[in-house]
Design a protein around this ligand. Sequence first.
Ligand SMILES: [Zn+2]
Length: 248
Amino acid sequence: MNLSDEELERYARHIVLREVGGVGQKKLKAASIAVIGAGGIGSAVIPALAGAGIGKLTIVDSDVVELSNLHRQPLFSEIDAGRSKAELAAAFARRLNHFVDARQVRERIDATNAQQLLGDHELVIDGSDNFATRLAVSDACVSLGIPLVSAAAVQFQGQVGLFRAKPCYRCFVGDAFDADDCDNCAELGVLGAFTGTVGSFAALLAINVIVGIGEDQAGSLQLFDGEKLAWRTIRIPPDPKCKACGSA
Ligand SMILES: [Zn+2]
């Protein structure tokens, strides 16, 4: 897979980085990433990945734009109210970078369709807003052997983690949230600058995984305190009884 003159110019600031170079840029071009949720997290993740030249981007979101989204979802404008987020986000990605094959999936992802929707991707980024979706996405990633970047931002607490089979996201949160549709998650407050910070971190983590920059972060969770403006790292121990990745 070669880069055209136009791509060499477009990605010049990547390619001069010793850690990326032409080889890393070709890895980004060859990569396929599924982004779950074109909300506050997705609004930071999708432009970053499209700008970076991820070859194939699948955007999964069944929601439409509401006025109360706009303070944290700069993918959308006032005139977009009532329109599909997945469709608008995919169009945004293509407009930003015509080398990106951006696809929309206007479905709610759950245990019945997750494997079918996520198969054929190299990495998944989950920025959805409820535990039932997060667990369904995580279980599918474990089954398919796809690394998962999970990101969440509510009130002033943010978290970003990379999960590679074991430990998985379910090891972290347990089974209690399986039936939780958590509609009130969307009602908790959050600052747009905060979701943007957490989403940008998730995009950076994903790009580092694809290119192979830095140490493997699998199994560690980065926690961001939006009041102290500080990050800290915790290790997630594998749960031997985990329904998804455990030996039971
Ligand atoms: Zn697990």
